[in-house]
Write a protein that binds this ligand. Structure first.
Ligand code: SAH
Ligand code: MG
Length: 218
């Protein structure tokens, strides 16, 4: 936990929830230990969607479709979502959840490794939710930027690696060391790129929000 636990519970106590079916799918995902978006991050995502009013959303990392459904309830009516997942076990569950919520027409699930799929997409997308394996964000970056519309918003989840990212790489367990250096490189890139304006927020597991600048000189 990055933020004081009492602050987080207080913030979460103010959360007014979602539709019945989305609330139900959330509880099912938690019961099955599926890693879904943290409760305190949901409202941030919803506010970003209301501000950016996208027509096309791209999500990297569907899991069982919870965040895609959450976004579908908070996007403009004529907006569509494309979401990518490679884990075979979760794909049918996500599809089933889209049907249950009556959203299978507006959400398209692309099956396979985002490394390949992103290359095949044309975009542009006005909103990208980056929420797959955090050690891979840097390898997704070039395509994500190519696919992001001018003024488009990209939200990257889990960027503070449960707080590990601020530790020395030697204090991080060997297993997490590669993620640690790749995440630092990703955050440095997001914050120093000419075409992006990025804020890093200690919400949930850390979220970065980046806006694509038009071709302006800074
Ligand atoms: N966005 C979801 C949670 C996603 S969890 C929610 O909040 O409800 C991250 C998901 O990304 C996992 O299901 C994992 O299988 C998937 N994933 C990780 N690396 C991937 C890759 N390279 N290509 C496609 N999916 C990937
Ligand atoms: Mg996440």
């Amino acid at each position: 936990m990055i933020v004081n636990e009492r602050i987080t519970s207080y913030i979460n106590s103010l959360d007014s929830g979602n539709s019945d079916i989305v609330n139900k799918i959330r509880l099912e995902a938690i019961a099955q230990n599926v890693p879904i978006i943290r409760q305190e991050s949901e409202n941030f995502l919803k506010v970003m969607l209301r501000l950016s009013k996208p027509k096309h959303i791209l999500e990297v990392g569907t899991a069982v479709g919870y965040s895609a459904l959450l976004m579908s309830e908070n996007m403009p009516e004529d907006c569509t979502i494309t979401t990518i997942e490679k884990y075979e076990k979760r794909i049918p569950q996500a599809k089933e959840n889209f049907k249950r919520a009556g959203k299978d027409k507006v959400i398209t699930l692309l099956e396979g490794d985002a490394l390949d799929i992103l290359k095949s997409l044309e975009g542009p997308y006005e909103f990208i939710f980056m929420d797959a394996a955090k050690g891979q964000y840097m390898t997704f970056f070039e395509d994500a930027l190519r696919l992001l519309a001018p003024d488009g918003v990209m939200v990257s989840d889990n960027v503070l690696q449960d707080g590990d990212v601020i530790e020395s790489r030697f204090a991080v367990t060997r297993r997490n060391r590669t993620i640690h250096s790749r995440m630092r490189e990703y955050l440095y890139t997001l914050t120093h790129h000419d075409e992006l304006q990025t804020a890093i927020l200690p919400i949930g597991d850390g979220m970065a929000v980046s806006v694509r600048r038009k071709n302006e000189t800074s």
